[in-house]
Design a protein around this ligand. Structure first.
Ligand SMILES: Nc1ncnc2c1ncn2[C@@H]1O[C@H](COP(=O)(O)OP(=O)(O)OP(=O)(O)O)[C@@H](O)[C@H]1O
Length: 404
């Protein structure tokens, strides 16, 4: 893509992933003038349209790696390719206009309004005023800032979270295919950070940039990353894998220590419910007779049954001890309204189970009942996701509350 061309059509919200290039680092090293090796012989590919996170201890080379992509730091050796094009020799200013950059301190110009800040790169690229104005309005809306309220304010008149949003809008202004983000959310308090992370995930679902994201925070990495690179001193990549794989199969002790002893818990958030792992207790209807329900339970040798209403939605459960006598299941059902959508993560499912007396939770596809999850089936799914080489999650829990 050529950012020096005319501005792309508005409503950038529906761009295809194809516009975001793959970033490939080939044998890239950075040796600083004092001899410090920031990064040595790094081979790494950030896939097009994915959010790749760099994590690792302080001084391991995360920032060096990222800043070599937009040549704020010049590599000592090696090549960097953007969508197959070697950019190590191209004009650095022009390169940077193709790459959005968001940093912790935001870097907004303090004496310019939010609108003027967001318009910076389109202005440099010579877009006409009307196109710039329309783009700025659209972008402010996209990042959750009201142009009428915040557009004419100066950065000092915004909250920390609003400044970060303005920084993201500015980085996206010229519709770059690549975004580099250096601890963009670490300067705000944890509650605001979580909100910004959620909003940013939604934004990325829409704009699908190729993003390289540096953080110290493994929780943030797991929440945001399509892939995570765990780095160690000298810019070595110990493992580069999707969050579930990194947590489930750390490549070595360094990675295992870095992701933490509670990695099993963290993995709950990135492991989807597998319909094949759901348990299938007997099912009875609210309108069924209790004697009939009792017979169903006897045949199955089960201690309880799931109760569905007329529309096939879970209404509660029937313990075997109540499945006798006259009347219908409706008169004996233990009502329970907890349920989780099949797109949710195991973490959401387990949290819901822990809140119920029943100790299990029904799983729904829309309104359709699919089966139930219990703590032991959650455990089984989690184990299988590590041990089965054939395991491929059918869905990433990207729409569940964990990633939001
Ligand atoms: N300008 C410089 N001159 C000399 N050494 C440098 C320079 N910049 C960085 N380094 C060194 O290069 C190594 C990698 O630094 P880098 O900033 O990439 O690490 P990082 O992983 O981003 O660290 P942090 O998490 O603390 O920000 C460190 O040892 C650092 O001291």
């Amino acid at each position: 893509m050529d950012a020096t061309a005319a501005p792309p059509a508005l409503r950038t919200a529906h761009r295809a992933a194809g516009d975001a290039p793959e970033i490939r680092l080939e044998g890239v090293s950075k040796v600083y003038p004092d001899g410090t090796v920031g990064v040595a012989e790094l081979d790494l590919t950030f896939a097009a349209g994915e959010l790749s996170v760099l994590v690792g201890p302080s001084g391991c080379g995360k920032t060096t790696t990222m800043k070599m992509v937009n040549r704020i730091i010049e590599p000592t050796t090696g090549r960097i390719l953007l969508g197959g094009e070697d950019v190590t020799g191209v004009d650095a200013d022009r390169l940077r206009r193709r790459i959005g950059y968001v940093i912790q301190s935001v870097g907004l110009f303090p004496h310019q309004t939010v609108r003027a800040n967001v318009a910076t790169v389109p202005r440099l690229l010579g877009w006409d005023r009307r196109e710039i104005r329309d783009r700025v309005e659209e972008l402010l809306g996209l990042v959750g800032l009201d142009p009428a309220v915040h557009g004419d304010r100066y950065p000092a008149q915004l909250s920390g979270g609003q400044r970060q949003r303005a920084g993201v809008a500015r980085a996206l202004a010229a519709d770059p295919g690549v975004l580099l983000m250096d601890e963009p959310f670490s300067a705000v308090d944890p509650v605001v950070r979580e909100r910004l992370q959620s909003e940013f995930l939604r934004l990325q679902e829409t704009v699908r940039k190729t993003i390289v994201f540096v953080t110290h925070d493994i929780e943030e990495a797991v929440r945001l990353g399509d892939r995570i690179a765990v780095m160690s001193t000298g810019g070595h990549v110990e493992q580069f894998a999707p969050p579930a794989e990194l947590l489930g199969r750390p490549a070595n002790r360094t990675v295992a220590d870095f992701v933490g002893a509670d990695r099993g818990l963290k993995r709950l958030a990135v492991t989807p419910i597998e319909p094949a792992d759901l348990e299938q207790p007997p099912v009875v209807g609210l309108v069924d007779g209790l004697a009939e329900a009792g017979a169903t339970l006897d045949r199955a040798g089960a201690g309880w049954a799931v109760v569905l209403d007329d529309a096939g939605r879970p209404a509660g459960w029937l313990p075997a001890g109540r499945a006798a006598g006259a009347g219908t299941v409706a008169s004996a059902v233990v009502r329970s309204d907890g349920a989780v959508p099949v797109q949710a993560s195991l973490r959401t499912a387990l949290a819901t189970i822990l809140q119920t007396d029943a100790g299990w939770v029904p799983v729904l596809d829309g309104d359709r009942y699919l089966g139930v999850l219990t703590p032991s089936s959650v455990h089984a799914t989690l184990r299988r996701s590590i041990t089965s080489s054939a395991y491929r999650p059918t869905a990433r829990p990207g729409t569940g509350p964990d990633r939001r």
